[in-house]
Design a protein around this ligand. Sequence first.
Ligand SMILES: Cc1ncc(COP(=O)(O)O)c(C=O)c1O
Length: 476
Amino acid sequence: MFPDFSDGAENQSPPGGIQMVVSTPKESEGKSGSGTQITREYNYGTWRKQKGWTPKMIVSAEGCYFTDAEGVRYLDFSSQLMCSNLGHGNRAVIDAIKRQAEELPYISPEFTTDARVRLTKKLLEVLPGNLVKFFYGTSGTEANEAAVKMTRMYFQKEGKFKIISRYVSYHGATAASIALTGDQRRYTSETPGHATGVVRAPDPYCYRCPFGLRYPECGIACVEYVDYIIRHEGNVAGVIVEPITGTNGVIVPPDGYMQRLREITKDNGVFLIADEVMSGWGRSGEWFAVNRWKVEPDILTTAKGITGAYVPLSLTATSHEIAEHFEENMFSHGHTYEAHPLTLLPAVAAIEEYQKKHLIEKAARDGKYLGQRLQELAERHRSVGDVRGAGMFWAVEIVKNRKTREAFNSREDKLEGRQTVAGRVAQEMGKNGVYINSWITHLTVAPPLIATREDIDRGIDAMDRALRISDELAES
Ligand SMILES: Cc1ncc(COP(=O)(O)O)c(C=O)c1O
């Protein structure tokens, strides 16, 4: 049976629900069958009912492609979990991993290393200029946990602790981050006593405006409402947003939203936390999505593309003001693997690759081409309700009825593990050798930044063919 890529029946995997096991033919005896069986029986598949999980055995990956144990090659049209920005098999990053492993694979975070110094200097080059002090973790969720803890520590004496997040959002799986998350993945964690102090705000989701308004006549009511919440809620310490919402639909806020959010947070004396775990590192055609609006957040969190996902590294970058605070106040946070040398040197190599190969500029340029090709699909397919994005970061939203914008599926379908129409389209693309993530109502198009126009065309052709499935089910 073909791998159940994306959100097939009972699959609730996060950003797209990949179902693959990576191994060498030797370990797996060259067959998918036994490796899949052992993995399936003794390992947990993430964000899903375990029944029905049949992880596909993957044996190698190079550039924008990966290959399974049967020798079938797939175009990676979502950069795995929107993280393999540099593509697969990047020599410079692999060499950096090897070098660090030989030199000094681990040392306690109380010491410093050459890798740490080099990465710090690189970050000062590429991050928004106001971000001058860094904490390293190993995952996006940890980066957000650190951001929330730092914010609460900073405002502790004032008694401010509440964090505003949005409904259509994902910020990670651990206790505080899942509490920040707005999407349905938080539902099963919402037990009494789970992390509290989170208040939710409406989303700048213009295709499905929570107020039923249209931009620009709306006056960006969704951001003005954040001001209202802060003033009426009391004890708000920070606002966390994905500057471009990722998993939940590549929602690019209208121009003015992020600038106004910066003003509102500043005026109210609360921190703006930009979660750039997915939107950072060239994905949107800028180093960071906030650059698009020249907004400087108080804290920026990131992971994924910082190493191109070759090793697990995350970053919580803070402003001078926050750095100053912790000179005289206790910084009550840390991990055994903070600033793990084996994660830091590959990040230096990854950032140098972005720079040397001009991948940020390339993402902006080729992203325009990708966007155009997707718009052509929207014209041809009646089930495509919306195409939106920036750089190499796009969503194709699939609808039952284009006029009413009625969706085929809901959060509940995802929660119950029911197959979605978008999932079926993704599965069909898989049969044609193109891997793509789907999420409830949309497909996430996010190829590695190194993708050529031929790669883009190949992905578009597969989508063109697969969209017949949703077209047949659509009403108008
Ligand atoms: C915006 C955003 N924040 C946080 C996370 C969590 O990152 P991780 O899975 O590395 O913990 C993700 C993961 O997809 C994400 O997209």
